[in-house]
Design a protein around this ligand. Structure first.
Ligand SMILES: *Cc1c(COP(=O)(O)O)cnc(C)c1O
Length: 369
């Protein structure tokens, strides 16, 4: 008999399901890697910005040394961009790291964390990983129900995770609603506002959440370089919060959690307005392309504010898995979302126009089978 190692709450963790790598799909289905289209992980279809490649090439010579543990230059650039002091910033090995650090820094085992049904899978993992209690608030029209989330907060609640826009549903909460929520949340509860897709928002939906941090000492805003900035493989994200929170985040994080190439690339990408604008334009056009196809195919979808769309591909609980398999066989990788309880749906990342077209043709074919 094998012994049970580790705490019960660790054994109960359901591992994160990442998008299938291209090489794996090629092997499994006997396909040519070059012909595979991956629209599964909300990655940037333009890849790494040229500016970031150059910055990394220059940083390679220093790789024999440890990275700057305090990320002086990157924090300086972020401090300028968001108009907050540098010591209000925590760097993370991707924003996943930020979410994990926040759970460790602010919550004790047995206390509770509030998040929404159908919100980012990492919230459940971060909660489970520290042995905290999950308070999962039912979604409303696939998005966050903030009044219900407020009502769900208990005396033992220490953290609320909010994704805006949300992944995997793409829903968005307008500024006024978030601020209404922040003004009512009890002071002992930290609110993590995860804005991984903020840069894709149309101008009329943009708001400066970093400015709210000055007003709300219990707010922590989380951002990433993985999506709009095209640096998913490097793992770099950051948080903005007042020093009382940031100080604890910095005690919990690993001293060298963001490597030197990532720091250099992030500074370059942050200042590459052209790359960001090109990505936003492509995303807008790609969204229209996808939803026009869904309309034509008579498929329901959730209107999205991110770089992906959640689409309902059938009425039975096997639909998502079935269509996903049919797409894989045609060399198209998307994301099944059955692990969220969304068995009839698939999440499609917005790609380049030609990639979207390959997906639309493959989907049309899969639905007709
Ligand atoms: C992609 C994503 C992240 C970012 O993850 P990284 O660790 O920064 O790559 C964070 N939150 C949400 C909701 C996401 O979808």
């Amino acid at each position: 008999m094998s012994k049970n190692y580790g705490p019960e709450y660790v054994r109960a963790i359901a591992p994160y399901q990442a998008g299938k790598p291209i090489a794996e799909v090629a092997r499994e289905f006997g396909l040519d890697e070059a012909k595979i289209v991956k629209l599964a992980s909300n990655e940037n279809p333009f890849g790494v910005p040229e500016s970031a490649k150059q910055a990394m090439a220059a940083a390679v010579a220093e790789l024999g040394r440890y990275p700057d543990a305090n990320g002086f230059d990157l924090k300086g650039a972020l401090s300028q961009r968001y108009d907050v002091p540098a010591d209000w910033i925590t760097l993370g090995n991707g924003s996943n790291d930020i979410l994990e650090i926040a759970a460790h820094a602010f919550v004790e085992r047995g206390q509770s964390i509030v998040y929404a049904q159908y919100s980012f899978a990492v919230y459940a993992l971060a909660t489970q990983g520290i042995g905290a209690q999950h308070i999962v608030v039912p979604a409303k029209a696939h998005g966050h129900d903030l009044p219900a989330m407020l009502a769900a907060i208990r005396d033992d609640t220490r953290l609320v995770f909010i994704a805006n826009p949300n992944n995997p549903t793409g829903t968005f909460i307008p500024a006024a609603e978030i601020e209404g929520f922040l003004s009512k949340v009890p002071a002992h509860v930290v609110v993590v506002l995860d804005e991984a897709y903020n840069e894709f928002l149309a101008e009329e939906n943009q708001f400066e959440s970093a400015a709210w941090v000055k007003k709300y000492p219990n707010l922590l805003v989380s951002r990433t370089f993985s999506k709009a900035y095209g640096l998913a493989g490097l793992r770099v994200g950051f948080a903005i919060a007042q020093p009382a929170l940031t100080d604890l985040m910095n005690r919990i994080r690993q001293p060298f959690n963001v490597n030197s190439l990532a720091q250099a690339a992030a500074i370059a990408a942050l200042n590459d307005r052209e790359f960001l604008a090109k990505g936003a334009d492509n995303n807008r056009a790609g969204y229209e392309q996808l939803v026009a196809a869904f309309d034509k195919l008579g498929l329901e979808y959730v209107p999205s504010y991110g770089n992906f769309v959640l689409v309902k591909v059938g009425d039975d609980a096997g639909a998502g898995a079935r269509i996903n398999l049919a797409l894989l066989k045609q060399g198209v990788i998307v994301r099944p979302v059955g692990n969220y309880g969304l068995h009839e749906w698939l999440r499609i990342s917005i790609g380049l126009p030609e990639e979207n077209e390959v997906f639309i043709e493959a989907l049309t074919h899969a639905l007709a089978e």
